[in-house]
Design a protein around this ligand. Structure first.
Ligand SMILES: [Cu+2]
Length: 263
C-alpha cells in the first residue's frame, strides 16, 4: 500500500492509502429516533476491508489534577490507600498522547447494519471508582454495571436520548443489566452516593469504535473500503472529527490533536 503521509492539523485528519472509488462522506449524524437494530446486512468480505488507525494527542498544558477526599464514606475510605484519589479529567502519556477518548465512525456506513454482540460491555465499580472511565457499547448489546465493592453504590445514567436509569446496588457482586435502544454519544454515568464517581458510555450502532489508552492509540479494523468521518470525544477537551479513506487491505492513518480548552 502507499506510504502514509502524516500531518497534525488540528481538527483535520491525515490519511493515506487512497484506493478506488470513494464514498462521499455524508453529514455526520447520530442519535435521533432510530428504530431497533435492523437485521445485519450481508457479511463483509474481509478482502475488501481496511483499517483506520491513529493516535490522539493533547496540545497544551492541562490543569493540574485535584485530590478527591473519599472519607465522606468511611467504607470507601477504608478501601483506598490514603482515602484520596486524583481526578482523571486528563490522562496524558508521553508526547501528549491522550487517554479516555471515545473514537467512532459517524458517517460512511450508511445502509449497513451489523450483528450485535451478546457478550456484555461491563462498567465496574471498584474502590468507589468506575472502571473503565469510558466504555463503548452497541445499541442492543447488554450493558452491565457491576458492583465489586462491599458497599452501596447508586448508578445513574443521565442519558438524554435513551431512557435514563437510576439503580441502587447495595450488595457486592450484583450486576445491573441495561440495553440502550438508540445511539447516544456520550451517556454520563454518576453515582448518587459518591459525587466524585464519573463514567461515560458511548452507544453506537456499529462495531467501529475504540477508547484510547495512555498511548493515545486507536484502531478501527475491518472497515469496508471507503471514506469515513471519524469523531473523537473527550470529557474535558470536547469533540473533534477527522476524515480518512480506507483502501482494501490498507491502513489509513488518522491523527487527532485536541487542544486544552481556554479556561
Ligand atoms: Cu458510589
Amino acid at each position: 500500500m502507499a506510504a502514509v503521509p502524516r500531518a497534525s492539523v488540528s481538527l483535520r485528519l491525515v490519511l493515506a492509502a487512497v484506493f478506488g472509488a470513494s464514498v462521499a462522506a455524508a453529514p455526520a449524524g447520530c442519535g435521533g429516533a432510530s428504530a431497533p437494530p435492523a437485521p445485519a446486512t450481508a457479511a463483509i468480505d474481509p478482502a475488501t476491508t481496511g483499517t483506520i488507525a491513529g493516535t490522539v494527542r493533547l496540545e497544551g498544558t492541562p490543569p493540574d489534577a485535584q485530590m478527591i477526599r473519599m472519607d465522606g464514606d468511611k467504607r470507601c475510605a477504608s478501601l483506598v490507600p490514603g482515602a484520596t484519589r486524583a481526578t482523571e479529567s486528563y490522562i496524558v502519556g508521553a508526547d501528549g498522547t491522550l487517554a479516555n477518548v471515545f473514537v467512532h465512525v459517524t458517517s460512511g456506513l450508511e445502509g449497513r447494519s451489523f450483528p450485535v454482540p451478546e457478550t456484555p460491555a461491563v462498567l465496574d465499580q471498584q474502590q468507589c471508582w468506575y472502571t473503565p472511565r469510558v466504555v463503548g457499547v452497541r445499541v442492543g448489546q447488554p450493558f452491565q454495571v457491576l458492583n465489586s465493592d462491599p458497599l452501596l453504590h447508586n448508578v445513574r445514567a443521565d442519558s438524554t436520548i435513551n431512557e435514563p436509569f437510576n439503580q441502587g446496588q447495595p450488595v457486592q457482586g450484583v450486576r445491573f443489566s441495561h440495553t440502550f435502544s438508540t445511539e447516544e454519544v456520550m451517556v454520563p454515568v454518576k453515582c448518587d452516593v459518591h459525587a466524585w464517581m464519573r463514567a461515560w458510555v458511548g452507544v453506537v450502532d456499529h462495531p467501529y469504535f475504540a477508547v484510547t489508552g495512555l498511548d493515545g492509540a486507536f484502531s478501527l479494523p475491518n472497515l469496508p473500503a471507503g471514506t469515513y468521518t471519524v469523531a473523537a470525544w473527550h470529557e474535558a477537551a470536547g469533540t473533534m472529527t477527522g476524515t480518512a479513506t480506507v483502501a482494501a487491505q490498507g491502513t489509513a492513518t488518522l491523527t487527532l490533536n485536541f487542544k486544552v480548552p481556554a479556561a
